[in-house]
Design a protein around this ligand. Structure first.
Ligand code: GLU
Ligand code: ZN
Length: 280
């Protein structure tokens, strides 16, 4: 099986050193193995994505010396696939509508005997809307849909192969999924789908064999393996890499324009300087 990696940025800001590291790693890994490096634009969140950031991504990656096949997969072209997967999960009774605001969830969690367990998506949902609405009939529109993790985690254990720096455990029990991850949102009120749903569908559609990404997404992989099982998709090998930090040890954020690739380029640095700066 030939090796296929990807870089999947969201066009919501400039690429910085952390993105460059991730893209270069994925690219180098694919090329070292005689495989292919693919690009995917994660623009599912239409409230935050901007065409000018997408254009800047192509420019920055090209300048870094990366190449990728075109046309590039864009999540905004994949809504039919996301809808079909949601419909399949809805038909199996694995989703339920949720009308809670962040405030409602915070209030429910501050009630006595409800400790706030923090999962990959923030506080574990207290289950307020579970059982409130019928799960039959047409899939509801314009409302958030949550995955009923208690039913979705149908195997005693889930695991994946990790080749990156992250040393935490790569397997998770159904009990821990219910208690520590909980009923995550799979389709948002303001747009169809969610990061977790689209990432597993897109990685499978692109035939990705090795997912290279930052270790900040390590915990989210516990969600992805459950979704892959439910949707009949293969689980790729994962490589979660260390995060690039600033001099103070803080991880770089999208708003860190000072470390944007475009800024370094404007200052006259070259791609080799960027490689050296991230330790490649
Ligand atoms: N689009 C995500 C981001 O920009 C990356 C998703 C992934 O690599 O799984 O952080
Ligand atoms: Zn709710």
């Amino acid at each position: 099986m030939s090796l296929i990696t990807r870089f999947a940025p969201s066009p919501t800001g400039p690429l910085h050193l952390g993105h460059a590291y991730s893209a270069l790693l994925a690219h180098d890994l694919a090329h070292a193995g005689g495989g292919q490096f693919l690009l995917r634009i994660e623009d599912i969140d239409t409230t935050r994505s901007r065409p000018e950031w997408e254009a800047q991504i192509y420019q920055d990656l090209g300048w870094l010396g990366l190449d990728w096949p075109r046309p590039v997969m864009r999540q905004s072209d994949r809504l039919d696939a996301y809808r079909a997967a949601l419909e399949a999960l809805w038909t199996e009774g694995l989703l339920y509508p949720c009308t809670c605001t962040r405030r409602d969830i915070a209030d429910a969690l501050s009630a006595p005997q409800e400790g706030a367990q923090i999962g990959p998506d923030g506080p574990v949902y207290p289950g307020t809307c579970k059982g409130r609405h019928p799960r039959t009939g047409a899939m509801p529109q314009g409302v958030a849909l949550r995955l009923d993790m208690g039913r979705a985690a149908r195997h005693p254990r889930y695991g994946f192969v990790e080749t990156g720096a992250a040393s935490a455990t790569t397997s998770v029990s159904a009990e821990d999924l219910t208690a520590q991850v909980g009923d995550i949102v799979l389709s948002r009120k303001d747009f169809l789908g969610s990061y977790h749903l689209s990432v597993v569908l897109d990685d499978a559609a692109q035939g990705i064999t090795h997912v290279v990404r930052g270790e900040d997404l390590f915990e989210a992989t516990r969600i992805h393996v459950v979704l892959q099982d439910l949707l009949g998709l293969p689980t790729p090998t994962y490589h979660h890499h260390r995060l690039i930090r600033d001099a103070a040890g803080k991880r770089l954020a999208k708003r860190d324009d000072a470390r944007a690739i475009a800024t370094y380029r404007a200052e006259g640095l070259g791609p080799q300087d960027i490689r050296a700066m991230v330790g490649l």
